[in-house]
Design a protein around this ligand. Structure first.
Ligand code: GLN
Length: 529
């Protein structure tokens, strides 16, 4: 089968959950045996989201091949188990960079370079992914932003052209919002009609409409939208607020969204959807009655900053038949005086990743509390580094122990490697993407993973300083995971403690709904006692 393209756009307002809808469609098509990928085009000018403040864009998600991307790619992976790469996250900045580089190189032979056709051609080239070695039955392309934004115009033009060129093989799915006016007691479809008109004015007639709503929409209302927007009746579905985003694929399936997509692209002999594994997960979620409270010790007091960690905890919780109540503990306000009050009611806690000084002393205090009170403690990246620093200060007796990121001291137990010190450009020193990690025979992590070598994703600059390795091991903190090539320490654990594990990598990037991460599972089992 040759590739079919689904273009997902949003109208009326942002934050409607295009990423969740795209991921759900991906999962539904997979459940019928199709090979899919999902990619995101963001209209902003940053080259990648790596430099974006989490307060503006939430967590930065890292792909296997070491690309810093938008958190929506995390949804794609969690829903569908695909491995995204740098080709799945494109920004306006990257499009322009490619075109400008080519212009400097003289590739355009003196022609005037313009948004149409040069920028739009580059967008189309990336949307089509014709150079991929892998074959996809469906490529789902999500365009960030909202219809009508000045920034998204070139993307819309590219979609218009592709639909014209590819005919039935390319369809447009538009996600809009149906507000409820309390004073009038009415659900309003006018914003949706306007959004569709806006698309039509750009030459794109949406094939499918997904209406986001906080209230159930009647058949009559859906019919009205179909009629006014020129869309087939079976192609208008609603996406009501649900307790869990993982219920969305099933709700879409019940309304025939996957069926409508198949009909639109002209597939008549599609296999039936097999959603049994997904449904089993949801059933378990509904049946879970036990609650466990887990702390996130970090500095970002906003939901999306630790998105993947939260999702991994929720997923793993369901496989432990419990609901995880996540409590955010602001490490900036954590002190020796209040640590007991803040942490004593938790079954366990995670010391979160991060960059820079802010809130690190609170993380060290949490690490000490977890270690000395035998509470399950999971340190991730900066969290692991703080565990290492705490151990140096309080067990090895190096009062000035610190990370070179924070202070240069006599005992930089976390440091840059010699090869990194020579590089002056900050961007050049990050360790990004998946690296192998060898697990020591007889260690807890080896038992948890049930493997000798694992691959996990990194996003950091500083490393465990191996000069201290022997001192740590002699005092009871073991370096049980190492990179087989460089020898860098990737995991520390305290075997005498019920569960005290720190990972230099980010396991949260690779837990999915159908394959929860073993470290999160094991951590929660320990939290449950
Ligand atoms: N700031 C630390 C480093 O660069 C940890 C980074 C992180 O937690 N992702 O090594």
């Amino acid at each position: 089968m040759h590739t079919k393209y689904i273009f997902v756009t949003g109208g009326v307002v942002s934050s409607l959950g295009k990423g969740i809808i795209s991921s759900s469609i991906g999962r539904l098509l997979q459940s019928r045996g199709y090979r899919i990928t999902i990619q995101k085009f963001d209209p902003y000018i940053n080259i990648d989201p790596g430099t974006l403040n989490p307060y503006e864009h939430g967590e930065c998600y890292v792909t296997d091949d070491g690309f810093e991307t938008d958190l929506d790619l995390g949804h794609y992976e969690r829903f569908t188990d695909i491995h995204t790469t740098r080709d799945n996250s494109i920004t306006t900045g990257r499009i322009y960079q490619t075109v400008i580089d080519r212009e400097r190189h003289g590739d355009y032979l003196g022609h005037t370079i313009q948004v149409v056709p040069h920028i739009t051609d580059e967008i189309k080239r990336r949307m089509l992914r014709r150079l991929d070695t892998e074959h996809y039955d469906f490529i789902i392309t999500e365009v960030g932003g909202t219809i009508g934004d000045i920034e998204s115009a070139p993307f819309m033009e590219a979609i218009r052209q592709l639909r014209w060129e590819l005919g039935k093989d390319a369809i447009s799915l538009h996600l809009t919002y149906v507000p409820y006016l309390k004073a009038a007691g009415e659900l309003k479809t006018k914003p949706t009609q306007h959004s569709v008109k806006e698309m039509q004015s750009m030459g794109i007639q949406p094939d499918i409409l997904v209406l986001r709503t906080e209230h159930h929409l009647s058949e009559a209302l859906l019919d009205k939208v179909a009629m006014f927007c020129n869309v087939d009746k079976d192609c208008v579905v609603q996406s009501e607020d649900l307790p869990s985003i993982y219920q969305v694929p099933i709700r879409m399936h019940e309304q025939g969204l996957d069926q409508a997509i198949l009909r639109k692209v002209g597939i008549t002999d599609a296999p039936e959807a097999d959603l049994s594994a997904w449904e089993a997960f949801l059933n378990r979620m509904e049946a879970a009655k036990r609650h466990v409270s887990v702390g996130l010790v970090g500095k970002y007091d906003l939901q999306d900053a630790y998105k993947s960690i939260r999702e991994c905890l929720h997923q793993a919780g369901i496989y432990c038949d419990c609901k995880v109540d996540i409590r955010f503990i602001n490490s900036e306000h954590l002190t020796r005086e209040n640590v007991d009050e803040q942490l004593s009611s938790l079954a366990g806690f995670i010391i979160c990743p991060g960059f820079g000084q802010r809130g690190i002393e609170g993380k060290v205090i949490a690490a000490e509390y977890g270690r000395t009170h035998h509470v399950p403690t999971f340190g991730i990246c900066l969290g692991m580094q703080m565990m290492v620093i705490e151990f140096a200060r309080n067990v090895l007796g190096y009062a000035d122990a610190d990370s070179a990121e924070m202070a240069s001291t006599l005992h930089n137990v976390i440091d840059l490697m010699a090869s990194q010190k020579a590089v002056t450009d900050m961007g050049g020193t990050m360790r990004l993407g998946a690296y192998a990690c060898e697990l020591r025979e007889g260690s807890k992590v080896r038992e948890i993973y049930g493997k000798t070598v694992v691959r996990e994703r990194h996003r950091h600059r500083y490393e465990f300083n191996s000069a201290y390795l022997e001192a740590y091991e002699a005092a009871g903190m073991q370096c049980v995971g190492k990179n087989p090539d460089s020898g860098l320490v990737e995991i520390v654990e305290i075997p005498a403690h019920p569960w005290y594990i720190g990972t230099q990598f980010h396991p949260e990037y690779s837990g999915t709904v159908l394959h929860p991460h073993p470290l999160f599972l094991s951590f929660l089992k320990q939290c449950l006692g």
